[in-house]
Design a protein around this ligand. Sequence first.
Ligand SMILES: [Mg+2]
Length: 177
Amino acid sequence: MQYFTMYNRPMITLYLDMDGVLADFNKEYTKYDPQKEDRKKFRDAVLTHKIFEKLDFMPDTQELLNHVSKLNGVNIEILTSMGTHEPTQANEAKTQKLAWLNKKNIPYKANFVHDKQEKAKYATPMSILIDDSSGCIGPFIAAGGHGILHSHSSETIAILDSTILKIHSVFAMNVLP
Ligand SMILES: [Mg+2]
């Protein structure tokens, strides 16, 4: 882990959510459970249909990935929920998600949690989470991180750039005499 960049600024870590940001979970999942409310159908979609390996990109995933790949002084990682505490299903979700990242040539380190709130464990004044769920963003901000509620890459990119500037300016103020 690199803590400082070449300009002696602290390294920012940017966490990217998968489902709803990089991967179009909803489009595939509605084939199995149109009402989106059945835990058993979700379990089935994971264990039987290996849903997490089958997902398409979101329509504007490339725009976001292109942008973040060019950021300086930002360590990029994946932060994704397996959506369950049940060990068999969680392990299967993790395996499928890693296979998907590999297949899509997304090279970033992947971190796995069991539910939305658990993402807040990764919150620091130097970390940013891009996520489409307010159930993830709320706890992340409450824990002291920077959260960007994602719906479109173009808006997220604009907020991301200003968030990075804000973190750098807060850091610069703190190190001035
Ligand atoms: Mg999501």
